[in-house]
Design a protein around this ligand. Structure first.
Ligand code: BDR
Ligand code: CA
Length: 307
């Protein structure tokens, strides 16, 4: 089993990514760390706890940063609602929160793991960037960081920047220049990971408690994306998890990627050196395409594992 830390800001697609990861027997999830992003930290922490409790899962869960390293937090209520997880009504959770900061939990897990840990990061990279800055020695026991963030072409929050990278570009810069292999599930691939109405109905038809919650999450997420002209709901964060479980259903290319932190129009963009103009060694596997049907099948299969 792959030792995993999931750093996230649930968020509809984060919640589904968490459920997929927890359903897989390929992962040993050592910790779930929370960042502010889609909503404030208080809300994203609560959402993660509610989703895991509802699914009957427990985990070591720790709260991280409530704001980016150098900037004010920008949240996304237009996408995820006022709670950050509007749609299904979930009971409050009694899942305990670790009495330590997320980066302390990350350190403890990395120090104790006999095998190098894989980080999955599906929110702004504040916790991961801070962790690598304060505990650089831990890099030696991190195998890779699979992130949802960035894009080679065009942004979804500004013309050139994707939300997670835009919210904390300084943290993203630290992560991409860390020397740890990065897998970038950015908009190039996630805008192809579309969930259509018929896929939602397939999940709803499973007819169990968790599948119903997932269908309701997707109903809300779909409504926003349809209003923006998408044909389905791009299940961004699930791509970072799906790649680790089934890399064969993705197409990616290794490139050198750096983060724009001071652009006039382009702050938060992931600058991809497609033609190796910098002569720098590739630091990132940029995911570009996927077998959509196989992705949906994986999602359905994992959701089906729950009661
Ligand atoms: C990313 O931003 C958030 O709204 C989603 O959860 C995803 O991580 C997509 O740009
Ligand atoms: Ca997210």
């Amino acid at each position: 089993m792959i030792p995993i830390i999931m750093d996230c800001d649930p968020g509809h697609d984060d919640a589904i990514a968490l459920l997929m990861a927890f359903a897989s027997d390929a992962f040993d999830i050592k910790g779930v760390t929370i960042t502010g992003g889609n909503q404030t930290l208080v809300k994203t922490l609560n959402n993660a706890r509610k989703v895991l409790s509802f699914a009957g899962k427990t985990a070591r869960i720790a709260a991280g940063s409530d704001k980016p390293m150098l900037r004010e937090l920008e949240v996304a209520p237009q996408v995820h609602g006022e709670t950050g997880l509007d749609g299904p009504v979930l009971p409050e959770s009694d899942l305990p929160v670790e009495p330590m900061h997320a980066i302390a939990l990350m350190k403890e897990i990395c120090d104790q793991s006999p095998e190098p840990v894989t980080l999955i990061a599906t929110g702004p990279l504040t916790n991961v960037g801070t962790f690598l800055t304060i505990y650089p020695e831990c890099k030696a026991n991190i195998k890779q960081i699979a992130i949802m963030g960035g894009s080679m072409v065009g942004g979804n929050w500004t013309s050139s920047a994707e939300f997670n990278i835009l919210v904390d570009p300084e943290a993203a810069d630290i992560v991409f220049s860390s020397g740890i292999p990065i897998i970038m599930a950015g908009l190039d691939v996630t805008h192809k990971a579309l969930i259509y109405e018929e896929d939602v109905e397939r999940i709803r038809a499973i007819g169990k408690k968790v599948s119903t919650m997932v269908a309701e999450l997707l109903d809300f997420f779909m409504k926003f994306h349809k209003s923006m002209g998408y044909h389905g709901a791009p299940l961004h964060d699930a791509c970072a998890v799906a790649y680790l479980l089934k890399p064969e259903i993705f197409i990616g290319h290794d490139y050198y990627v750096e983060i724009e932190t001071k652009g006039e129009f382009t702050t938060g963009s992931t600058v991809v050196d497609q033609f190796n103009r910098t002569k720098k060694k590739a630091n990132t596997k940029v995911l570009l395409d996927l077998d959509r049907q196989a992705f949906v099948d994986l999602l359905v299969d994992l959701v089906n594992q729950y009661a």
